[in-house]
Write a protein that binds this ligand. Structure first.
Ligand SMILES: C[S@@+](CC[C@H](N)C(=O)[O-])C[C@H]1O[C@@H](n2cnc3c(N)ncnc32)[C@H](O)[C@@H]1O
Length: 269
């Protein structure tokens, strides 16, 4: 039995079983707590730079912990909207509400139910990799941001995966992410921002590193045996995980991938 949500499950959380929905929320919590992911979020927070009194949006908010942090940063004179396509994610985020100035709503990042120029800043973390049309999402994030406001998008780039101490990583990455925009989601955000008319774009790549397969599995789906058993050929599965196991036994396992924090500004009119 697979104990980890598939990547597709994040595109449509409400369409999977109640049991899998619970696993998805648990998984989001575990990933959010991983020190390497916290390093990414700390860097993203410094770049997004929320300040008191601002009106902000967290698009694809998941369980809402970042929205709650934003709520504390904007304070009582500000406002944060936390939107997710999944009613289940919104219900969990709402249940964890801590009394800050955060409003939780169901909504689609590619068709947001907000008028133009609504927000001083918009952030969107690990959502692009699950979308069929990331360009539509970036255009929509820019639309709801006021002139001079900023859009910050944080996403994963699985094709940046590198390893040492074990073999067959490239084959596994390309097998699992075949035809999947997730493979290059992170690196492609800046060009999407430029195409959507955002100005003064900047990027910060942050490389996450893991020194054991068990640690890597927390964040990287390709190290989940349960998930990979469903996606890789038996031959590649055996070849890959035997190599990973030998590396773990020797203590020389190393895996890293890059997440990209991209920032763009809406032109002043
Ligand atoms: C990997 S989770 C990341 C959640 C959160 N941003 C975080 O960093 O913990 C991806 C989230 O994107 C949401 N999502 C997927 N497609 C979406 C869409 N079209 N519009 C809004 N949210 C979407 C999912 O429901 C899920 O909560």
């Amino acid at each position: 039995m697979n104990t980890r949500p598939t990547d597709n499950a994040f595109a449509r959380i409400d369409a999977v079983s109640a049991e899998m929905q619970g696993k998805i929320i648990d998984y989001l919590d575990v990933v959010a707590g991983h020190p390497e992911m916290q390093r990414v979020r700390t860097a993203a927070s410094a770049i997004f730079a929320p300040s008191e009194g601002e009106r902000l949006l967290d698009a694809g908010c998941g369980a809402g912990e970042v929205a709650r942090e934003l709520g504390a940063q904007v304070g009582g004179t500000g406002a944060v909207f936390a939107v997710d396509r999944s009613q289940q994610a919104v219900a969990v985020a709402q249940a964890r509400h801590d009394g800050g100035p955060v409003t939780y709503l169901a909504g689609d990042v590619t068709a947001l139910d907000f008028p133009d120029d609504q927000f001083d800043g918009v952030r969107c973390e690990r959502v692009m990799q699950h979308l069929a049309d990331p360009d539509a999402a970036i255009t929509e994030l820019a639309r709801v941001t006021r002139p001079g406001g900023r859009v910050c998008v944080i996403d994963t780039d699985w094709a940046s995966s590198v390893g040492d101490g074990f073999d067959h990583l490239d084959e596994v990455v390309s097998s699992f992410f075949t035809g999947h925009s997730a493979a290059t989601a992170g690196r492609s955000v800046r060009s999407r921002m430029v195409r959507s008319g955002l100005r003064e774009t900047s990027v910060l790549p942050v490389t996450l590193r893991f020194l054991s397969p068990a640690d890597a599995e927390v964040v990287a789906p390709i190290f989940s045996r349960a998930l990979m058993r469903e996606h890789l050929s038996e031959e590649l599965f055996d070849r890959f995980f035997s190599s990973v196991d030998r590396s773990a036994d020797r203590g020389d396992f190393l895996y890293a991938f890059t997440m990209w924090i991209s920032l763009g500004h809406v032109a002043l009119t």
